[in-house]
Design a protein around this ligand. Structure first.
Ligand code: NAD
Length: 264
């Protein structure tokens, strides 16, 4: 990677879904640019490996990665984890809501339990973490920033993903409302819209699709950059770091699509 700046020095950030994939890359990227980061995830083992990775490269991360468990679908867990993060850092300047789950189903075969689970983790979880972080974000002298994770499935047809797509579309609407509601208090709220990024979620997608999946329906879902290969978590993490920094100071209430040109 090219030499990074310290444009986030003195900032504190919370990143959810930080044990894996894009959230993990984002937690490390924010720390590498100088932020003190609390990395939250529901899988303890993934947090242990993140902590070890950060500790192994003190030159890059400077001991700035703190890890803690959270289940964003559990209100009590979110209250405790976000409260502890704000207390540990003494402030909060940025929140990145990357945690999510994904299952594919025929819509006619989707159980209410599965529908509710996807909406609860992805959408309600994003709301709960944001709600708990807002009081501290609104105190940030830099202007607090919320970066939420939507998905190209919110804008373009992705088969078998009705619940997931609906959760990601709602996250975008939620983000718009936040951006206007708190703009006069210096807060910015932006959604990133990834697509075609190689992570455990995309790796597990084939196994999570119906047994009679029609692959022709995925014909329009391949990136054009990289000759059909997927991008990597760092391709998204760098954009999130820009949004969190002052380089993103004129960006709010909108979305940035990062999909290798899949949906041109
Ligand atoms: N990879 C892609 O191509 C792609 C495309 C569109 C959107 N996204 C979005 O990017 C974000 C990151 O996904 P990823 O691709 O890195 O997947 P990932 O599976 O690698 O990471 C998701 C993380 O969220 C965590 N998580 C799940 N449920 C949780 C809960 N209840 N509480 C706390 N943490 C929980 C998981 O443990 C995991 O570490 C997600 O919001 C995803 O929807 C990814």
């Amino acid at each position: 990677m090219h030499t990074l700046t310290d444009r986030l020095a003195g900032r504190a950030a919370v990143v959810t879904g930080a044990g894996s994939g894009i959230g993990r890359a984002t937690a490390l990227r924010l720390a590498a640019e100088g932020a003190a980061v609390t990395a939250l995830d529901v899988v303890p083992a993934s947090l242990e490996s993140l902590a070890a990775e950060a500790a192994a490269d003190a030159a890059a991360y400077g001991g700035r990665v703190r890890t803690a468990p959270v289940d964003i679908a559990d209100e009590g867990s979110v209250v405790e984890a976000v409260g502890a993060a704000v207390a540990a850092h003494g402030r909060l300047d940025a929140l990145v809501n990357a945690a999510a789950i994904h299952y594919g189903d025929h819509t006619h075969a989707t159980t209410l339990e599965r529908w509710n689970r996807i909406l609860t983790v992805n959408l309600t979880g994003t709301f709960l973490v944001t709600r708990e972080a807002l009081p501290a974000l609104l105190e940030s002298p830099h202007g607090g920033v919320v970066v939420n994770f939507s998905s190209t499935s919110a804008f373009f047809a992705h088969p078998y993903m009705a619940a997931y797509s609906a959760s990601k579309g709602a996250i975008m609407s939620f983000t718009h409302a936040l951006a206007l509601e708190y703009a006069d208090r210096g807060l910015r709220a932006v959604s990133v819209v990834p697509g075609g990024v190689e992570t455990p979620i995309t790796g597990q997608t084939p196994a999570n699709l119906p047994a009679d999946v029609d692959w022709d329906k995925f014909a329009k879902l391949m990136p054009v950059l990289g000759r059909g290969t997927f991008g990597g978590p760092d391709d998204v993490a760098g954009v999130v770091a820009m949004l969190v920094s002052d380089d993103g100071r004129y960006v709010t209430g909108t979305e940035i699509r990062i999909d290798g040109g899949t949906h041109m």
